[in-house]
Design a protein. Structure first.
Length: 183
Protein backbone atom coordinates (compact mmCIF):
# COMPACT_ATOMS: atom_id res chain seq x y z
CA UNK A 1 0.00 0.00 0.00
CA UNK A 2 1.21 3.49 -0.82
CA UNK A 3 -0.33 6.60 0.72
CA UNK A 4 -0.39 9.79 -1.29
CA UNK A 5 -1.93 13.20 -1.82
CA UNK A 6 -4.46 14.63 -4.25
CA UNK A 7 -4.35 18.32 -5.18
CA UNK A 8 -7.07 20.06 -7.18
CA UNK A 9 -5.20 23.01 -8.61
CA UNK A 10 -8.38 24.35 -10.19
CA UNK A 11 -9.98 24.81 -6.73
CA UNK A 12 -7.06 26.20 -4.74
CA UNK A 13 -7.54 29.86 -3.85
CA UNK A 14 -4.10 30.42 -2.32
CA UNK A 15 -5.38 31.04 1.20
CA UNK A 16 -2.43 29.30 2.94
CA UNK A 17 -4.76 27.50 5.39
CA UNK A 18 -2.87 24.26 4.71
CA UNK A 19 0.49 25.88 5.50
CA UNK A 20 -0.75 27.54 8.70
CA UNK A 21 -2.53 24.39 9.91
CA UNK A 22 0.59 22.29 9.36
CA UNK A 23 2.87 24.70 11.22
CA UNK A 24 0.37 24.91 14.07
CA UNK A 25 -0.31 21.16 14.34
CA UNK A 26 3.38 20.25 14.34
CA UNK A 27 4.35 23.27 16.47
CA UNK A 28 6.90 24.47 13.93
CA UNK A 29 8.27 27.69 15.40
CA UNK A 30 11.05 28.31 12.87
CA UNK A 31 9.94 30.81 10.22
CA UNK A 32 12.30 29.17 7.70
CA UNK A 33 10.64 25.74 7.96
CA UNK A 34 7.43 24.79 6.17
CA UNK A 35 6.54 21.13 5.78
CA UNK A 36 4.01 22.19 3.18
CA UNK A 37 4.53 25.13 0.84
CA UNK A 38 2.12 26.98 -1.39
CA UNK A 39 3.64 28.48 -4.52
CA UNK A 40 2.00 31.30 -6.45
CA UNK A 41 2.61 30.91 -10.17
CA UNK A 42 1.99 33.87 -12.43
CA UNK A 43 1.86 33.17 -16.17
CA UNK A 44 1.40 35.22 -19.30
CA UNK A 45 1.54 38.89 -20.10
CA UNK A 46 -1.07 41.56 -19.74
CA UNK A 47 -3.88 41.34 -20.73
CA UNK A 48 -3.65 37.52 -20.94
CA UNK A 49 -2.45 36.56 -17.48
CA UNK A 50 -3.24 33.74 -15.09
CA UNK A 51 -2.40 32.89 -11.51
CA UNK A 52 -2.18 29.31 -10.30
CA UNK A 53 -1.19 27.79 -6.99
CA UNK A 54 0.85 24.67 -6.35
CA UNK A 55 1.08 22.81 -3.06
CA UNK A 56 4.48 21.28 -2.36
CA UNK A 57 5.11 18.80 0.42
CA UNK A 58 6.87 15.48 0.64
CA UNK A 59 5.24 13.35 -2.02
CA UNK A 60 6.43 10.12 -0.36
CA UNK A 61 7.86 8.91 -3.66
CA UNK A 62 7.92 5.26 -4.67
CA UNK A 63 11.68 5.60 -5.20
CA UNK A 64 12.76 8.56 -3.01
CA UNK A 65 16.01 10.26 -4.02
CA UNK A 66 16.43 11.53 -0.46
CA UNK A 67 16.83 7.97 0.86
CA UNK A 68 19.49 7.05 -1.68
CA UNK A 69 21.43 10.25 -0.97
CA UNK A 70 21.55 9.95 2.84
CA UNK A 71 25.02 8.66 3.82
CA UNK A 72 23.93 7.56 7.32
CA UNK A 73 20.54 5.97 6.56
CA UNK A 74 18.58 8.60 8.52
CA UNK A 75 15.72 8.50 5.99
CA UNK A 76 13.60 5.45 5.33
CA UNK A 77 10.32 4.46 3.71
CA UNK A 78 7.81 2.65 5.89
CA UNK A 79 6.89 -0.69 4.33
CA UNK A 80 3.31 -0.66 5.65
CA UNK A 81 2.22 2.61 4.02
CA UNK A 82 5.07 4.08 1.96
CA UNK A 83 5.50 7.15 4.16
CA UNK A 84 9.03 8.56 4.05
CA UNK A 85 10.33 9.51 7.51
CA UNK A 86 13.50 11.10 8.85
CA UNK A 87 15.25 9.94 12.03
CA UNK A 88 16.59 13.25 13.29
CA UNK A 89 18.84 11.49 15.81
CA UNK A 90 20.74 9.87 12.93
CA UNK A 91 20.75 12.92 10.65
CA UNK A 92 24.18 14.55 10.34
CA UNK A 93 22.64 18.01 9.98
CA UNK A 94 22.74 20.77 7.41
CA UNK A 95 26.30 21.89 8.13
CA UNK A 96 27.66 18.38 7.61
CA UNK A 97 25.50 17.07 4.81
CA UNK A 98 22.34 18.57 3.16
CA UNK A 99 22.45 15.82 0.49
CA UNK A 100 18.78 14.86 0.92
CA UNK A 101 17.59 18.35 0.02
CA UNK A 102 19.93 18.54 -2.94
CA UNK A 103 18.80 15.12 -4.23
CA UNK A 104 15.08 15.90 -4.02
CA UNK A 105 13.92 17.59 -7.24
CA UNK A 106 11.25 19.39 -5.19
CA UNK A 107 13.72 20.49 -2.43
CA UNK A 108 11.37 19.17 0.24
CA UNK A 109 13.66 18.28 3.16
CA UNK A 110 13.83 21.39 5.34
CA UNK A 111 16.49 22.66 7.73
CA UNK A 112 15.76 25.15 10.46
CA UNK A 113 17.82 28.23 11.25
CA UNK A 114 19.60 26.77 14.28
CA UNK A 115 23.24 25.68 14.04
CA UNK A 116 23.59 22.36 12.18
CA UNK A 117 19.82 21.95 11.93
CA UNK A 118 18.53 18.43 11.29
CA UNK A 119 16.44 17.52 8.25
CA UNK A 120 12.68 17.53 8.64
CA UNK A 121 9.67 17.26 6.34
CA UNK A 122 6.04 16.21 6.02
CA UNK A 123 5.41 12.88 7.71
CA UNK A 124 1.82 12.59 6.41
CA UNK A 125 0.65 13.50 9.94
CA UNK A 126 1.49 10.03 11.23
CA UNK A 127 -0.14 10.80 14.57
CA UNK A 128 -3.41 11.74 12.88
CA UNK A 129 -3.25 8.89 10.38
CA UNK A 130 -2.88 6.41 13.27
CA UNK A 131 -6.20 7.79 14.62
CA UNK A 132 -7.93 7.38 11.21
CA UNK A 133 -7.80 11.13 10.55
CA UNK A 134 -6.47 12.69 7.38
CA UNK A 135 -3.44 15.01 7.45
CA UNK A 136 -4.21 18.40 8.97
CA UNK A 137 -3.56 20.21 5.67
CA UNK A 138 -6.38 18.23 4.06
CA UNK A 139 -8.86 19.00 6.84
CA UNK A 140 -7.87 22.69 6.92
CA UNK A 141 -8.53 23.36 3.23
CA UNK A 142 -11.74 25.42 3.01
CA UNK A 143 -12.34 24.59 -0.67
CA UNK A 144 -11.46 20.86 -0.44
CA UNK A 145 -8.58 21.18 -2.89
CA UNK A 146 -6.56 18.58 -0.94
CA UNK A 147 -7.19 14.94 -0.15
CA UNK A 148 -5.12 12.02 1.06
CA UNK A 149 -5.41 8.26 1.05
CA UNK A 150 -4.01 5.23 -0.67
CA UNK A 151 -2.92 5.85 -4.24
CA UNK A 152 -5.39 3.21 -5.43
CA UNK A 153 -8.28 5.02 -3.69
CA UNK A 154 -7.16 8.40 -4.99
CA UNK A 155 -6.84 7.11 -8.57
CA UNK A 156 -10.28 5.50 -8.40
CA UNK A 157 -11.82 8.74 -7.10
CA UNK A 158 -9.88 11.37 -9.09
CA UNK A 159 -8.10 9.66 -11.99
CA UNK A 160 -4.37 9.36 -12.48
CA UNK A 161 -3.12 12.72 -13.71
CA UNK A 162 0.44 13.44 -12.58
CA UNK A 163 0.86 16.87 -14.17
CA UNK A 164 -0.11 20.35 -13.04
CA UNK A 165 0.90 23.90 -13.81
CA UNK A 166 4.39 24.37 -12.35
CA UNK A 167 4.94 20.70 -11.47
CA UNK A 168 7.36 18.33 -13.20
CA UNK A 169 6.62 14.68 -12.48
CA UNK A 170 9.91 12.89 -11.76
CA UNK A 171 9.25 9.57 -13.51
CA UNK A 172 12.17 7.78 -11.85
CA UNK A 173 11.02 8.78 -8.34
CA UNK A 174 7.26 8.35 -8.92
CA UNK A 175 5.89 10.95 -6.48
CA UNK A 176 2.71 9.76 -4.77
CA UNK A 177 0.48 12.61 -5.90
CA UNK A 178 -2.56 12.92 -8.16
CA UNK A 179 -3.60 16.26 -9.64
CA UNK A 180 -6.52 18.01 -11.16
CA UNK A 181 -4.59 20.72 -12.98
CA UNK A 182 -5.81 24.22 -13.74
CA UNK A 183 -7.08 24.56 -17.25
Amino acid sequence: MQLGFYFDQSKCIGCFACVVACKDWHDIQDKDVNWIKLLTLENGRYPDISVNFLVLSCYHCAEPACIESCPVGAIHKRAEDGIVVIDQEQCMGMNSCNLCREACPYHIPQFGSETNAKAQMCDFCLDRWAQNSKPVCVEACPVEALDAGTLDELKAKYGSIHVAVGFDYATKLQPSVIFKPSV
